[in-house]
Design a protein. Structure first.
Ligand code: FDA
Length: 298
């Protein structure tokens, strides 16, 4: 990702020229543009979670700046009176520099959100498998004293059923997703049928025994299976929420809301869109074609 980050660095010629491609998945570069997107989502009956783009920070100063941006985001959410919380990546909080330092930055955000955001919950996004263990360690340490935090678990990881059980035992709020990083087969399932099966098993455990899970997927089959499961087991729509990414499958998003389900949209913004954009393109070959044709048609 380091090479990509150089190519897509915010001030690079490439980035300035091609931000229009990422714009479909990214709600602009500023807090104001992100809040405007959240307002529209709220008006359409959806809640949101804001993510300030950036990851793999290797300098303390950059992590502190990101932490301070989260304070400003929380202030802006409160000022705009929108229904929205925040999602953070621990490598953006300096986890690769020093775990204690990232812990301090995370807990500062948790405390700030608790004091200032009507929805004080803070989600810790899950990154590549090199940092799964450290991410869960920092989450659990923070959770001992602050309950407004919850992790993301990735259904493609072989270890995830144990992590789901651990989160259930703690009473923590989990977002379950398939997983977006390129992992080796010893660590992660590669076969989509197997990933779907593990996703559904984990989601069912979280829905029956967990605490307000976030069911993050755009996969029609999984969404259908979750609807059937919750209906058949008398799990009320207020006991969980579907979650989707900004700009992906807007018609399915509207349909879920019309059917009375809760839906939260993950809204990323900022100038460091390279890693996020790369993962969205890599997920779908149509996106790669769209990106390529966009580059050559301007
Ligand atoms: P799948 O990829 O099968 O997509 C189903 C359908 O949705 C596709 O057929 C297509 O129509 C549409 N679709 C999906 N992705 C698309 C794309 N990029 N462009 C256009 N259409 C697309 N991952 C992670 O590792 N850590 C994390 O913290 C998070 N957080 C997170 C939050 C939320 C709210 C969501 C929805 C997802 C994440 N993810 C994530 C990403 C997740 O792991 C996964 O990579 C994507 O959600 C794609 O998987 P689906 O389950 O949507 O199915």
């Amino acid at each position: 990702m380091a090479v990509l980050d150089r190519i897509f660095a915010p001030d690079s010629l490439f980035s300035r020229r091609f931000f229009f491609l990422a714009r479909r998945f990214v709600a602009g570069e500023t807090i104001d543009s992100a809040i405007a997107a959240v307002r529209e989502l709220n008006a359409a009956g959806m809640t949101a979670t804001l993510d300030f783009l950036g990851e793999d920070v290797l300098e303390r100063e950059a992590a502190v700046k990101t932490r301070d941006t989260y304070f400003r985001m929380i202030d802006a959410i409160a000022r705009a009176d929108v229904r929205c919380n925040v999602s953070v990546k621990l490598t953006a909080m300096g986890m690769l520099v020093d775990e204690d330092f990232a812990f301090e930055n995370l807990t500062a955000i948790l405390d700030y959100a608790q004091q200032h955001n009507p929805d004080p919950f803070v989600r810790i996004d899950m990154e590549g498998s090199a940092v799964t263990e450290a991410t869960l360690r920092i989450f659990e340490r923070a959770y001992q004293t602050r309950k407004n935090v919850g992790p993301v678990l990735q259904a493609y990881l072989r270890r995830t059923p144990q992590d789901v059980e651990r989160a259930i035992a703690l009473g923590a709020r989990v977002r379950i997703c398939k997983g977006a990083y390129n992992e080796p087969p010893e660590i992660a399932y590669k076969d989509m049928a197997q990933i779907r099966k593990q996703y559904l098993d984990c989601a069912k455990a979280l829905l029956t025994r967990g605490n307000y899970p976030g069911i993050a997927t755009h996969d029609r089959r999984l969404i259908g299976a979750i609807k059937t499961f919750t209906r058949d087991n008398g799990i009320a729509a207020e006991k969980f929420e579907f979650q989707m990414l900004y700009g992906i499958r807007p018609s399915v998003q509207k349909q879920l809301v019309a059917e009375g389900y809760r839906l939260r949209i993950y809204v990323p913004f900022g100038t460091h869109w390279a890693g996020y954009f790369y993962r969205r393109v890599a997920e779908r070959k149509e996106n790669a074609l769209f990106a390529l044709s966009g580059m050559f048609s301007r």
